[in-house]
Design a protein around this ligand. Structure first.
Ligand code: FAD
Ligand code: UDP
Length: 365
C-alpha cells in the first residue's frame, strides 16, 4: 500500500493551503472529503459564466502583504470591495453604519451633526457585557433595532443579550461616507472562482470524495505518516467531553432570467419577520453586466441539530471550556495535526485560515 506523507481529512481551505505548502517541500498528500464535492465552504460552481458561492458570500481580505502575495500564486483577484446594503421593512439603507446611513435615518448632513445625534442616542452602559449592551452603548436603540437586533436574533437563534460582543465588534461604525465592510488593505474575489483557486493550490493531488474518515479510521490512518484533521474536534474524540455547538445555515440557489435582481452583491435583511438574513447576487462579485441571466442565493439561519452541517462555532463560555478540554487531548495525538475552523473551533475568516495553515505547517514539518 502506498504511504503518503500526509492524509488530509477534509478538502476545505485549510487542507488546500497545507497541501500547497507540503507540495512545495516535495511531500506527498492524499485528501479525503465526506461531501460529494471538494473545497468545503469555499466551493464555487460556474453557471452561465457566473461563479456561484455555494456557501454564502466569500470575499477575501487581509492586511498582511505576504499572505496576499501568497494568494496571488493561485488566483488572479479583482478589486471587488464588499459593500452590502440593508433592507429593513422594505427600505434600503447604506451599511455598515456610516455617515450615509445616519443621513438616511436622521436627515443629518455633516459628520458633526451625525456625532451629536449619535451621542444623544447612545445608551450609557459602563463596561457592556454582551452583544446587545455593546451595540446599544455604541449606536443607541433606533439603530440597534434597525440594523442589528433582528439579523442577530435570526442568525444565532437567541436574544442578542446571550451573545458575546466580539461577534459584532468586527463591523465598522463610521462617521464618514464609507461602505467598505472591512478595514483590511487588500481585498478581492478570485476571478476564476474559489474552486479554481483551491484546485490550483492542490494541483494534481488526489481528492477522494464521498469518504468519511470515521467510517474507516484505522485504514486511513495507515495511509500516511501524519494525519491533518480539519473536521469537528468533538467528533474526533467521540464526544468524550460532550458536544460542541455550532450554528448552521440553509442556502437556496435560483437562476433568474433577468439582467439584475437587486443591483448589489449582497443585501442583508434585518427585519425579524423575513426568514433569511442575506440575498446574494453572484454576478456583482465580478462586475458582470453582460450575462442576460442572474443567480441569487438566499441564506437561512438554521439549527445544527436539524442540518448536521456545522458552519459557525458558537464561542460562548460553555463551548470554549469544552473546546479547551478537547484541545488538551489533541496535544497528545502524535500522529494527528488539527487545523481549520472546525478542528480549532474558531470563527476564522479565510485569511486567518491561510495564516494558521502556514503556522501549523511550519510548526510540524
Ligand atoms: P471547511 O471549509 O469547513 O472545510 C472542512 C471540510 O472537512 C469540509 O469540506 C467537510 O465536509 C470536511 N470534513 C469534515 N469532517 C470530515 C470527515 N469526517 N471526513 C471527511 N471530510 C470531512 N471568510 C472570509 O474570509 N470572507 C468571507 O466573506 C467569508 N464569508 C463566509 C460566509 C459564510 C456563510 C461562512 C459559513 C463562512 C464565511 N467565511 C468567510 C469563512 C470561511 O468560509 C472559512 O474561514 C473557511 O472556508 C474555513 O475553511 P476550513 O478548511 O477550516 O473549513
Ligand atoms: N450583523 C447585524 N446586521 C447585519 C450584519 C451583521 O447585526 O446586517 C451582526 C450579526 O450579529 C452577525 C455579526 O454582525 O453575526 C457579524 O456579521 P458578519 O457579516 O461579519 O458575519 P458572517 O459574514 O461571519 O456571517
Amino acid at each position: 500500500m502506498r504511504k503518503y506523507d500526509y492524509l488530509l481529512v477534509g478538502s476545505g481551505l485549510f487542507s488546500c493551503v497545507f497541501t500547497a505548502l507540503a507540495k512545495q517541500n516535495k511531500k506527498t498528500c492524499l485528501i479525503i472529503e465526506k461531501r460529494n464535492y471538494p473545497f468545503g465552504n469555499c466551493y464555487s460552481e460556474e453557471k452561465d459564466n457566473i461563479h456561484i458561492h455555494m456557501y454564502g458570500p466569500h470575499v477575501f481580505h487581509t492586511n498582511d502583504h505576504r499572505l496576499w502575495n501568497f494568494m496571488q500564486k493561485f488566483a488572479e483577484f479583482n478589486n471587488f470591495i464588499y459593500k452590502p446594503k440593508v433592507n429593513y421593512n422594505n427600505r434600503i439603507y447604506s451599511f455598515p453604519i456610516n455617515l450615509m446611513t445616519l443621513c438616511q435615518i436622521w436627515n443629518v448632513v455633516t459628520p458633526e451633526q451625525a456625532l451629536s445625534r449619535l451621542e444623544e442616542a447612545r445608551v450609557k452602559i459602563d463596561n457592556p457585557q454582551n452583544l446587545e449592551e455593546w451595540a446599544l452603548s455604541q449606536v443607541g436603540e433606533e439603530l440597534y433595532r434597525t440594523f442589528i437586533y433582528g439579523y442577530t436574533k435570526k442568525q444565532w437563534n437567541t436574544d442578542p443579550k446571550n451573545l458575546p460582543k466580539f461577534i459584532i465588534q468586527r463591523l465598522p461604525i463610521r462617521l464618514y461616507f464609507e461602505e467598505n465592510y472591512f478595514f483590511d488593505r487588500y481585498q478581492g474575489i478570485p476571478i476564476n472562482g474559489y474552486s479554481d483557486m483551491l484546485q490550483n493550490m492542490i494541483e494534481d493531488t488526489e481528492v477522494i470524495l464521498n469518504t468519511d474518515y470515521f467510517q474507516n479510521r484505522d485504514y486511513w490512518n495507515n495511509k500516511a505518516n501524519q494525519v491533518v484533521y480539519t473536521g469537528c474536534i468533538d467528533e474526533y474524540f467521540e464526544f468524550e467531553y460532550g458536544q460542541l455547538n455550532y450554528r448552521s445555515l440553509n442556502f437556496t440557489h435560483e437562476k433568474l432570467e433577468i439582467l439584475d435582481f437587486q443591483g448589489n452583491a449582497a443585501i442583508n435583511y434585518t427585519s425579524e419577520n423575513v426568514p433569511y438574513t442575506r440575498v446574494i447576487e453572484h454576478k456583482h462579485f465580478l462586475f458582470d453586466t453582460k450575462s442576460p441571466y442572474t443567480y441569487i442565493s438566499k441564506e437561512y439561519p438554521a439549527n445544527y441539530e436539524d442540518t448536521k452541517v456545522p458552519y459557525y462555532p458558537i464561542n460562548n463560555d460553555t463551548n470554549n471550556e469544552i473546546y479547551q478540554k478537547y484541545h488538551k487531548l489533541s496535544l497528545s495525538q502524535n500522529k494527528t495535526i488539527f487545523g481549520g475552523r472546525l478542528a480549532q473551533y474558531k470563527y476564522y475568516n479565510m485569511d486567518q485560515i491561510v495564516a494558521s495553515a502556514h503556522h501549523i505547517y511550519n510548526k510540524f514539518s
